[in-house]
Write a protein that binds this ligand. Structure first.
Ligand SMILES: Nc1ncnc2c1ncn2[C@@H]1O[C@H](COP(=O)(O)OP(=O)(O)O)[C@@H](O)[C@H]1O
Ligand SMILES: [Mg+2]
Length: 593
């Protein structure tokens, strides 16, 4: 959390709010104008009452009556004008900030998303931003308008009667002190409640997402219990907030009431002594009534400003997060990649791994010649998935380098790199849109023939038989499809991208053996032209590749033909024998030799 003060933090939204400021400033003027009109009404009242005594006829006073009425009407118009002026610009600022946040979330590396719960991001994009909008179009406008009104009001009171004005002012001063103390306490509580709301959103998001697992394991009650605990905690914090506000209001109402009482008491004495006219006393009291709302609202507006400050802080926590996987300043261009992929002494360690532990990837050396397909095998957890993620810079190597056609991948733009290397992951994420859009994600302009070929290769032609064919919307995460169908669409997506290099992280694990054989047959025809790195969990997948690389203790310890390695390498034989036809695999912990 930043240590900046409230004004400095709030100033940071200036770039986003710039275009809205003229209307917001006009809104402030309208609000101020309304208050000023209200402040002139007591002046007319004074003349009205003092006139009663001198003139004696009601008709002569009629113009003054109409002036009061007119002023009241004008004040109402000003309120309307303020609302009309400030409501729209706030929504533009909110939309702009939300778009910026979303773009940033897309830009941030995977490591950021590993660390940040989705609910925290969700609550920033929704709750926090709408709070900032309300503050801009309501809180800020009234804080300025009411603040100035208070100052002008006190000057007018002093003009009516110096002694009374000073007394009223002196009695009102504690309100500022109380407001100030309130600010400090409220700040921490407001921040806590926003964080807890974020946690709650995470817990909802996770249990909706994992509803099948929760139901299958009968853990619904447990999840509900955890939710209730979190919700109770948030409720406690909200109650504390409400308590603080309630406390503030007690003083905000009590003190002005007290001030009016004292002023009235002393004022009547002054009138009796002939030092003040009745009209002036009435005008004085009427003015304090006009100042009532600005006085009371200051505390509320301050608390809103504090809420907005922590919302702005939370927004910038994401915006300021470093994007450490960036495009180079002077990117090298790859026209059409030949597809030579080389890992040179690649080291990698996850940021949250224990500092004393060895690197997960501890000097990987591996060359994939253009058009060559290489199967990568090794026990579960040895870092195969991690290595594939490095090739498209989902994570950044911590040592060594990866080159595409001899160019360090860090010298390419991420777009360039990722259009040349396509990936299919073991857990096939499908978006809630049509089959066509899902498959053509990496190459939206591909022809129908290309699309058809990709579906053919991935054995995903079942898509044509869906209710609306390729235009069928598949549910969130493709839930209405089977695991095998989802995997085949995800594979079709990688193939349709027509990349120079295809990286497949065990893309066939959910397929039955027959379908897998068909996919492999089809892939063989594509892979002749495409360089492929395939993480394999089945012996049949291994046989699909030209060469096999064996990964062990963070290194490639053997590389060559399957037939050679099986003959000479003990560990290779061990790993292969642990891959049964069903794709079950032994893990590091079970490893015996
Ligand atoms: N996002 C991550 N953050 C931290 N550690 C991770 C992350 N992903 C994987 N790991 C760890 O890295 C190791 C290698 O994982 P992985 O590359 O998925 O292995 P494999 O694909 O060979 O089974 C595992 O011990 C795993 O716990
Ligand atoms: Mg894996």
């Amino acid at each position: 959390m930043s240590k900046q003060g409230t004004p400095a933090t709030l100033l940071r939204i200036f770039p986003y709010a710039k275009s809205a400021l003229p209307r917001i400033a006009l809104g402030m003027l309208a609000a101020l104008g309304g208050h000023m009109l209200a402040l002139t009404i007591p002046q007319v009242l004074r003349d009205l009452i003092n006139g009663l005594k001198n003139i004696g006829t009601v008709e002569a006073l009629l113009p003054l009556v109409f002036i009061v009425l007119g002023l009241g009407l004008l004040e109402a118009v000003m309120v309307l004008l303020r609302r009309w002026l400030v409501l729209t610009p706030g929504t533009h600022v909110e939309a702009g900030m939300r778009a910026k946040l979303y773009a940033k979330l897309q830009d941030l590396p995977v490591a950021f998303h590993d660390k940040w719960p989705s609910g925290q991001l969700l609550s920033r994009a929704t709750g926090d931003l709408s709070l900032i909008r309300r503050w801009l179009s309501f809180g800020l406008v009234l804080l300025v308008a009411n603040g100035i009104t208070l100052i002008v009001g006190f000057v007018i009171l002093i003009g009516f009667n110096l002694t009374l004005g000073i007394i009223y002012f002196a009695i009102s001063v504690p309100i500022w002190v109380i407001g100030f103390n309130f600010e400090k306490k409220y700040h921490t509580t407001a921040r806590l409640s926003q964080d807890q709301a974020g946690d709650l959103a995470t817990s909802v998001e996770q249990s909706v997402h994992g509803i099948r697992v929760l139901k299958a394991f009968g853990r619904g009650d447990h999840a509900a219990g955890k939710f209730a605990t979190d919700a109770l905690r948030l409720r406690g914090t909200e109650l504390k907030k409400a308590g603080l506000i309630g406390n503030l209001w007690l003083y905000l109402i009590l003190i002005p009431e007290f001030a009016v009482g004292i002023s009235l008491f002393i004022g009547i004495g002054l009138v009796a002594d002939g030092q003040m006219s009745v009209g002036t006393l009435v005008a004085f009291l009427a003015t304090t009534t006009v100042l009532r709302w600005p006085t009371e609202s200051i505390g509320f507006l301050l608390s809103m400003t504090i809420d907005a400050t922590s919302a702005v802080q939370r927004f910038f926590e994401v915006i300021d997060a470093p994007v450490d996987i960036t495009d180079p300043e002077h990117p090298r261009a790859v026209a059409v990649s030949k597809g030579r992929l080389e890992f040179k002494d690649v080291h990698f360690k996850y940021p949250d791994a224990a500092p004393e532990s060895p690197d997960l990837l501890d000097g990987i050396n591996l060359v994939l010649e253009p058009g060559e397909s290489v199967a990568l095998i090794g026990v579960t957890g040895c870092g195969k998935t991690t290595l594939t993620a490095l090739a498209t810079r989902l994570y950044e190597v911590t040592g060594g380098s990866i080159t595409l056609d001899g160019v360090d991948i860090r010298e390419l733009t991420r777009d360039d790199l990722r259009s040349n290397i396509a990936m299919a992951f073991e857990d096939a994420t499908l978006f809630s849109s049509t089959v066509r859009e899902n498959v053509l994600l990496g190459r939206p302009d591909a022809s129908d023939a290309d699309l058809d070929q990709a579906l053919e290769i991935a054995q995903a032609k079942f898509a044509y038989d869906l209710p609306d064919g390729l235009d069928t919307t598949i549910g969130e995460e493709g839930m209405s499809l089977s695991g095998g169908q989802r995997q085949r669409l995800a594979l079709a997506r990688a193939v349709a991208a027509a990349p120079a290099v295809l990286v497949l992280d065990d893309p066939l694990s959910a397929l039955d053996v027959d379908t897998e054989a068909m996919v492999e047959d089809a892939l063989r025809t594509v892979l002749t032209a495409t360089t492929a790195l395939i993480v394999a969990h089945r012996p049949s997948t291994v046989q699909l590749a030209d060469k096999v690389a064996l990964m062990q203790n963070g290194k490639i310890t053997a590389f060559g033909l399957h037939s050679e390695l099986i003959a000479v390498n003990d560990h290779y034989r061990f790993v292969i024998s642990s891959l049964d036809a069903a794709g079950n695999q032994i893990s590091v912990e079970d490893e015996v030799n």
